[in-house]
Ligand binder design. Structure first.
Ligand code: GRF
Length: 199
């Protein structure tokens, strides 16, 4: 098996504060992941993550779904941008838009996401609240491949976080987030190495 030495080009998609984006960029810039953060794409013009990306020297493109008459055109525009940056992988990091068929077809098995629960439990929004409502004693975070089945793609990595008796959504979310920041770069490195090994 011959491993390629070239680095993968990563696009990170955000909608908000971008703390997972920062952890991914920092891990790539520290050579802990064999990849280059070539672009950040935000669907929100006021996402806090935009300034954080720029401070880290990563270009940011804002693409709002509102500027397109349908999802297909919106995603075609994104794909044009991704090709311009020679993107190999997409890492969703708090991106609040459901990925559609165009993007899935353009990047098959090349889109990953992080979710704040132990999938397949507590899919969708407010996963930490769902965990508290259910009374689980352990929750955590999951990195998975993105498919048309929202939060349902194959699992890459998980990390368990204990739920404490007095936890609130904020306290549980904060402890899960610390683990997300460790898990996501490791998961990205794992899928990149796996793909290189398959070539
Ligand atoms: C994280 O909890 C992530 O798991 C979920 O959305 C949140 C994004 O946070 N998909 P941030 O923008 O990375 O800080």
């Amino acid at each position: 098996m011959v491993l390629s030495l070239s680095k993968a080009n990563i696009a990170i998609f955000i909608s908000g504060r971008g703390s997972n984006m920062v952890s991914l960029i920092e891990a790539m810039q520290a050579n802990e992941v064999d990849a280059i953060p070539v672009v950040v794409i935000s669907d929100q013009s006021d996402a806090k993550g935009i300034t954080r990306a720029q401070t880290l020297g990563v270009p940011c493109e804002i693409v709002s779904q509102n500027n397109f008459s349908n999802k297909e055109l919106f995603e075609r525009h994104i794909i044009t941008l991704l090709r311009r940056y020679h993107v190999d992988w997409i890492a969703l990091a708090g991106y609040m838009v459901i990925v559609g068929q165009e993007l899935l077809a353009a990047y098959p098995d090349r889109i990953i996401n992080i979710h704040p629960s132990l999938l397949p439990t507590f899919k969708g929004l407010n996963a930490q609240q769902q965990a508290l409502d259910y009374g689980v004693k352990y929750s955590g975070c999951t990195v998975h491949y993105v498919t048309a089945n929202v939060d349902g793609g194959k699992i890459i990595n998980q990390c368990v976080v204990e739920v404490k008796p007095n936890d609130t959504v904020d306290s549980l979310s904060a402890r899960i987030l610390i683990k997300e920041h460790e898990l996501y770069p490791r998961a990205l490195q794992k899928v990149i190495l796996k793909t290189k090994g398959e070539k």
